[in-house]
Write a protein that binds this ligand. Structure first.
Ligand code: BGC
Length: 344
């Protein structure tokens, strides 16, 4: 394992750093302390040829511009909270509204836009970065000082582990996730409609206007949302107005389990996602429209990438029948996601 660190800029009196991790098979991950972001992930194809399989930018400065959360850590609450409000222990909290009437991905200045402290971690067969951020009481409208850790670990088994820990001093809601945009053919190499996707979920959350869940846990059976068998992402796209942007109710919840598998037939790259989270947002890159120029000058058009974001369900604070996202003083929020890479 090797780790290289580089200071690339300064912001708010702090150094912005890139960290390049490489395992013994040549897999490389590039991380940044701004947003605790995964900038690049170089993974071999079936010929051993490396390609960067996540969308993003070459320079730190570009992350400050038009950036739909490329590779970022999302918090305090991933996905949407309807009306940007919730009632907790009898008190109403109004959060920042940054998408129409909703609160999306932690608000105006979410965890993707803050500078995290970084510390190198690892051993003989893994290397990574432990990121730390203390979110002050009231930030973006949330109660409690929230002490957060996000650990990225690249292993010699071709796994990228992302684990989360959080503690609070007032009862609050927490839902952290990772927001990489993947294209297993290589970033900027066409669209992902030919990727085969499998999701271990028999139910999903239908949405109403503003992509807020209706509250129903609907069966995928007989719908274009059924990915229980490997299916090309584009196969039923014409039956899903606006494209996929839905949360799946994972069949196995609360323990680390295989949640999704994606295969790209031309390169032979295969990615598995394991998580302890109850939900998985599948977003097919519908809002990418060719207006963003990313790494190596690549233009990111519609469906240029997919996101699979392990998380608690959107708008849980307003849906008491969803698995709870409440964190109380004295409790520890814990979550683990593993991305594992193979070729076939
Ligand atoms: C959401 C999309 C959103 C994207 C970028 C995804 O997590 O599901 O609706 O456009 O993030 O903000």
């Amino acid at each position: 394992m090797t780790v290289k660190e580089e200071t690339v800029a300064a912001l708010e009196g702090k150094e912005i750093k890139f960290f390049k991790l490489e395992n013994s098979h040549g897999l490389q991950a590039v991380l940044m302390n701004y947003g605790a972001t995964l900038i690049s992930l170089f993974v071999p194809d079936r010929q051993g040829q490396l390609a960067d399989i996540t969308l993003g930018f070459d320079t730190f400065e570009e992350y400050l511009g038009n950036n739909p959360y490329f590779g970022a850590t999302i918090g305090r609450y991933a996905n949407r909270i309807g009306g940007g409000r919730f009632v907790l222990e009898g008190k109403e909290y109004q959060l920042a509204k940054n998408e129409g009437e909703s609160h999306l991905h932690g608000g105006i200045k979410g965890f993707d836009k803050v500078i995290w402290e970084a510390q190198l971690v690892g051993n003989s067969h893994s290397a990574g970065i432990k990121f730390h951020y203390l979110s002050p009481d009231g930030e973006e409208g949330y109660p409690g000082n929230l002490d957060c850790q996000v650990n990225y670990l690249l292993t010699d088994d071709n796994e990228l582990h992302i684990s989360y820990l959080a503690k609070t001093d007032k009862t609050t809601h927490v839902n952290l996730t990772h927001h990489s945009y993947f294209n297993l053919a290589g970033q900027g190499e066409g669209d992902i409609l030919g990727h085969e996707l499998q999701i271990w979920a028999s139910r999903y959350l239908p949405v109403r206007q503003g992509l807020i869940p209706t509250g129903e846990l609907a069966e995928v059976n007989g719908t274009p949302f059924d990915f229980r068998q490997p299916t090309k992402i584009g196969e039923r796209m014409d039956q899903v107005p606006g494209g996929y942007d839905h949360n799946y109710v994972l069949d196995h919840q609360g323990v680390l389990n295989l949640a999704a598998r994606v295969f790209e037939p031309v390169s032979g790259r295969l990615m598995e996602l394991y998580t302890t989270e109850p939900g998985l947002q599948f977003y097919s890159g519908n809002f990418l429209d060719g207006s963003i120029k990313g790494k190596a000058g690549k233009i990111y058009g519609k469906y240029a990438a997919f996101c699979l974001e392990p998380q608690h369900f959107p708008d849980t604070p307003n849906n008491p029948h969803f698995p709870s996202s409440i964190l109380r003083p004295g409790e520890t929020y814990q979550s683990l996601t593993i991305f594992k890479f193979y070729t076939k």
